[in-house]
Design a protein around this ligand. Structure first.
Ligand code: 3PG
Ligand code: MG
Length: 371
């Protein structure tokens, strides 16, 4: 793979930087800027080499389809212009004028064009024609077979940006880890995460499975899970035993009677498991203290519905532990950001689905496309 950091002569060259600026927006403003901030070193590297910089990203938000909230955020930090349609005569002129003035150009949401998600070859070629050099720094989107990720490098020489490189370096520690190695996985969708559990059952010394994923383990043990989210399917969880694989030892349930702390085996038919309980934190702390390297993705509770305690307590315990730690995932990131633990965790990934896919497959479509 080619790395941006090895390029030394970009003066006057047009660079198409694919970033992942798909960030949470609240009331028209960037709510969590982590992904943007993590892309700044790549932008600064390109600026220092006097490259002519075009930046593009996809964007999905309930608040709208335009990347303007991200532009407004970036405007406070960088000399930058927004171009809605870089293919029109007017857009081309705007782009040239901005680049001539030494400004960066941010393009509108790539998913404005259907060719992006369809990975349309003609669209990829058009995007590639906008620049001489392609840089992928969009780790969080590199599991997508979209034109700006896998299509452009067919037509333009591609390089991994500094963030993509850092993500690869940090996450791949999990493939040859310092030991003891603790792998912690939360969230939902057992069926998509089962391959990861199988893989890290072999690679890690200890596994902690929390969130709705744990409900499948409870079900397998014959516990009632009430109205809790449980994935359908037979996953043969007995194969893992109980020596190295841990699940919450108490849970917070919700019902018409309110919330309560229970043992997993005490959950009633009308109750829903919403979070891990306080005793589980004790277990997690012990597991963390025993470990030299910890990898964590996914919340322990229903974060979106406000059951944030388990996830935040875990984040705090990890922050205090001073262990080598790599974490990621949307809700996990939200907890780290809320508690401002960025300096206490060795590496916080910008990837959600991309992090999980990278851990499972040890590569991503977007990484392969750069090779
Ligand atoms: C993400 O937010 O996980 C990435 O930006 C990918 O977005 P997508 O799931 O809409 O492709
Ligand atoms: Mg998504």
């Amino acid at each position: 793979m080619n790395f941006l950091r090895d390029l030394t002569d970009l003066r006057g060259k047009r660079v198409f930087l694919r970033a992942d600026f798909n960030v949470p927006i609240v009331k028209g403003e960037v709510f969590d800027s982590y992904r943007i901030i993590k892309t700044l070193p790549t932008i600064e590297f390109l600026q220092s080499q006097k490259a002519r910089i075009l930046i593009a990203s996809h964007f999905e938000s309930k608040e709208g389809k335009t990347l303007l909230p991200v532009f407004n955020f970036l405007k406070k930090k960088l000399p930058i212009e927004f171009v809605t349609d870089p293919f029109s005569a007017e857009g081309k002129k705007m782009t040239e004028d901005a680049l001539d003035k030494g400004k960066i150009v941010l393009l509108e949401n790539l998913r404005t064009w259907p060719g992006e998600k369809d990975n349309d070859d003609a669209f990829a070629k058009e995007l590639a024609s906008l620049a001489e050099v392609y840089v992928n720094d969009a780790f969080g989107a590199s599991h997508r077979a979209h034109a700006s990720i896998v299509g452009i490098p067919k037509y333009s020489k591609g390089y991994a940006g500094l963030l993509l490189e850092a993500e690869i370096k940090s996450l791949s520690q999990a493939f040859d880890p310092k030991r003891p190695f603790l792998f912690m996985l939360g969230g939902a969708k057992f069926e998509t995460k089962m391959p990861l559990i199988e893989k890290f059952f072999k690679k890690a010394d200890m596994l902690f499975v929390g969130g709705a994923l744990a409900n499948n383990f409870f079900k397998e043990k014959g516990f009632k899970t009430g109205k809790s989210l449980v994935s359908e399917g037979n996953f043969n969880l007995k194969q893992f035993g109980t020596e190295r694989v841990f699940t919450p030892v108490d849970v917070i349930v919700n019902s018409s009677r309110g919330t309560a702390v229970k043992k997993p085996e005490e959950v009633l038919d009308d109750e829903t498991i919403m979070d891990a309980g306080p005793e589980t934190l004790g277990l997690i702390q012990k597991l963390i203290w025993k470990s030299e390297f910890i990898l964590w993705n996914g919340p322990l509770g229903n974060y979106e519905l406000g059951f944030t305690t388990g996830t935040e307590d875990l984040a705090k315990a990890l922050g205090q532990s001073k262990r080598d730690s790599v974490v990621g995932g949307g809700d996990t990131l939200a907890a780290i950001a809320k508690l401002n633990l960025f300096n206490k965790i060795s590496f916080v990934s910008t990837g959600g689905g991309a992090m999980l896919e990278y851990l499972a497959n040890e590569t991503l479509l977007g990484i392969e496309a750069l090779k």
